[in-house]
Design a protein around this ligand. Structure first.
Ligand SMILES: Cc1cc2nc3c(=O)[nH]c(=O)nc-3n(C[C@H](O)[C@H](O)[C@H](O)COP(=O)(O)OP(=O)(O)OC[C@H]3O[C@@H](n4cnc5c(N)ncnc54)[C@H](O)[C@@H]3O)c2cc1C
Length: 394
């Protein structure tokens, strides 16, 4: 289906949002809501909820129908994401499958790979993790040393990945490995779809600051990967990964600006529930105003990029602008919001208990926001060199 055909299938403006809102209101249970201090939903419940979101048309919106998607346009994607952001829905378990592996497979995969792998991502049959970073290769990703060596039986992989989010619950790893010499840098890199149950893969969880066990180290010891699990042509790994990463940096978690907005609304509403707390909040009015301005700026970034993509324009390095702006502004907001909640009276009632729990989680998670998907310094480097065309000082 061409982009034009997808646009023609589009809904009336606002209709998709109304449908999404209705579905969320009916299906988001208390256990799943992130604005309640109650018991968190289990992994199985979150997986089922995510599969149901796909059925309801909130996920895979722009993916072609033949690969399990809904064959619609970015406008519907944006409408649904606004509603997702405005609700206290949990973050996706399979965001790497849907926002990174899926688009890469769509771009460089063979048709049989697309037909096999893509629907299983949307149905939550296959959760994916991203095996890019290594102990010696983060910002400088092309320093990676995990090797894939060609043998008569396929590719033999040896090496170590780190900070692999969700590896211990994943069925597949999107692996970036080196097939050439380490001196080749951008050349000789290849992407593979590696089944996590392959013999020789050892996953070790790392406990993070919030007590979560999402991060992992993944060791590959003589892991055999079938020829047919190569994604794209040899040497195409870097080009494919960077092309998709720039689009994804712009459109990933498109709901973020609206989630940010709903967090501000939540804090204000919680403080209003208790007069003592409301007096505390008044001391932060300048910071709240700054956060609201940041939200409006971010919405502008996202809406402009969606309009540009719909007009067939490339996003390229501009994807770094919303990533940098959101992560810095949201981290400042999260620190302030957490500070406010630490001043809540302990006898203030349930609304304050819920807000205290939520903003502590948000604050801890925000510490990583200026690191993952490329650190602040790396975004500044991209913006200065590739958008502003600034030269290095002599
Ligand atoms: C929550 C979270 C989830 C993640 N999930 C995944 C995942 O699923 N899969 C995966 O592969 N990786 C993942 N990562 C890893 C992430 O991509 C890396 O942490 C990131 O790229 C930075 O690399 P590094 O940690 O090696 O730090 P380094 O690259 O060593 O950077 C250390 C510091 O030096 C600065 N720096 C580095 N180079 C330059 C430069 N050229 N100019 C100026 N400053 C520089 C950086 O900005 C940073 O402040 C995750 C990270 C986090 C925090």
């Amino acid at each position: 289906m061409t982009t034009q055909e997808r646009i023609e299938r589009s809904y009336e403006p606002g209709a998709y949002a109304a449908q999404a809102r209705g579905w969320i209101e009916t299906n988001l249970t208390d256990a799943l809501r992130t604005d309640r201090a109650t018991q968190e939903a289990s992994l199985a419940e979150k997986i089922a909820f995510e599969a149901a979101q796909h059925e309801a048309g909130l996920v895979g919106i722009t993916w072609p129908v033949e690969y399990g998607g809904h064959g619609l346009g970015l406008r519907e994607h944006l409408e649904a994401n606004r509603e997702i952001g405005l609700s206290p829905m949990p973050n996706a378990v399979n965001s790497i499958g849907k926002e990174l592996a899926g688009p890469i497979i769509m771009t460089v995969g063979r048709d049989d790979q697309k037909r096999d792998l893509l629907p299983k991502i949307l149905k939550m049959e296959n959760i994916w993790c991203q095996g890019f970073s290594e102990p010696g290769a983060g910002s400088d990703l092309v320093a990676l040393r995990t090797r894939a060596e060609k043998t008569a039986d396929g590719w033999k992989v040896n090496g170590q990945k780190i900070w692999t989010s969700g590896a211990s619950k994943s069925q597949y790893c999107l692996l970036l490995a080196r097939t050439g010499s380490a001196d080749d840098r951008h050349k000789g890199l290849m992407l593979f779809a590696v089944p996590m149950e392959s013999p020789g893969i050892d996953v070790r969880e790392i406990v993070s600051i919030d007590g979560a066990r999402s991060f992992c180290e993944v060791f590959f010891n003589n892991v055999m990967v079938a020829e047919e699990n190569m994604l794209g042509a040899p040497d195409e790994g870097w080009a494919a990964a960077s092309r998709v990463l720039s689009i994804e940096r712009a459109t990933n978690r498109m709901y973020r600006s609206w989630r940010f907005e709903s967090e501000i609304d939540h804090l204000v509403a919680a403080c209003r529930s208790d007069n003592r707390t409301y007096q505390i909040l008044k001391g932060y009015s300048a910071e709240i105003a700054q956060a609201r301005i940041a939200v409006e700026n971010l919405k502008g970034h996202v809406e402009t990029m969606v309009a540009d993509l719909l007009n067939g324009q490339q996003i390229g390095p501009r994807g770094s602008l919303p990533k940098l702006y959101w992560s810095e502004a949201h981290q400042r907001w999260a620190q302030m919001a957490y500070e406010v909640t630490t001043r809540f009276p302990l006898d203030g009632g349930q609304a304050l208990t819920d807000a205290r729990a939520r903003f502590e989680t948000i604050y801890l998670a925000s510490r990583a926001e200026t690191i993952y998907a490329g650190t602040t310094e790396i975004q500044l480097d991209i913006i200065s060199k590739r958008i502003l065309n600034l030269k290095k000082a002599a």
